[in-house]
Design a protein around this ligand. Structure first.
Ligand code: DC
Length: 227
């Protein structure tokens, strides 16, 4: 069967990765979480004191880019590919509120974006891929056969992220989480390089009042229409 490219973009915590994983499993496609790549760069920058709440050493980060090696490795127990930074599995370390606070700042740097976009395009060159992020349908794969743009109210999204963090045993308040979600929305939509925008040919899905199953069934129909 013909393979296609599926691009899923949208705001933070709109369930992009859940949907992308479901689709990849159903279609036998590769799933790539590009947010994990930006988070990994932010984690590296934090470890090397290149970023903090109040500053970003942009030139220092750009100079370190050749020393940042990212790869994904499929974990059959978990059913998705985990991210490795310089051969260290950092899947857990990148999902903290601290990394969420720094990541949009790091993702504004054009040199960071250029490096990651090149790697993402290489991963998708044979199609048969579901990739989620902020600029997949607009910059990484403007020719993707199916583009989805996910949205939900910021309160719904913050509640989902809060529940996830609490389930992982992290100590956060709902106010901290909603503040972070809204701040990232602002930075992601206002940056100069590749801001989050809906591609003209993307299909918008607001899943505020949709179950994961309902959403998956809706999208699977859209995929089937492409074959
Ligand atoms: O999908 P996520 O919430 O894990 O992404 C983390 C951050 O990375 C997000 O706030 C913006 C940035 N990002 C980006 O700029 N471009 C992408 N393709 C994916 C993520």
């Amino acid at each position: 069967m013909k393979k296609i490219t599926i691009a899923i973009d949208g705001f933070s915590s709109t369930g992009k990765s859940t949907l992308a994983k479901q689709l990849a499993a159903a279609l036998g496609y590769v799933y790539v979480d590009t947010g994990a790549m930006y988070r990994a760069v932010a984690y590296f920058a934090m470890q090397h004191n290149l970023v903090s709440e109040t500053h970003l050493d942009k030139l220092g980060l750009i100079a370190e880019l050749p020393n940042i090696n990212l790869r994904f490795q499929f974990n059959s127990t978990l059913g998705f590919a985990e991210i490795y930074l310089n051969n260290e599995n950092i899947e857990t370390q990148i999902r903290t509120i601290e990394v969420s606070r720094m990541v949009s700042k790091v993702a504004e740097v054009s040199e960071v974006r250029a490096k990651l976009v090149e790697q993402q395009q290489a991963m998708g060159q044979d199609k048969g891929i579901v990739m989620d992020g902020r600029d997949i349908g607009t910059v990484v794969f403007p020719e993707a056969e199916l583009k989805l743009f996910m949205n939900a109210s910021s309160k719904t999204r913050a509640q989902r992220r809060f529940d996830e963090l609490i389930a992982k045993g992290q100590h956060v308040t709902f106010e901290e989480v909603i503040h972070n979600v809204e701040e990232r929305d602002y930075i992601d939509t206002h940056r100069d390089d590749s801001p989050l925008v809906k591609a003209a040919d993307a299909i918008e899905i607001d899943n505020s009042a949709m179950s994961k199953t309902e959403q998956f069934e809706l999208v699977l129909k859209l995929v089937q229409e492409k074959f």
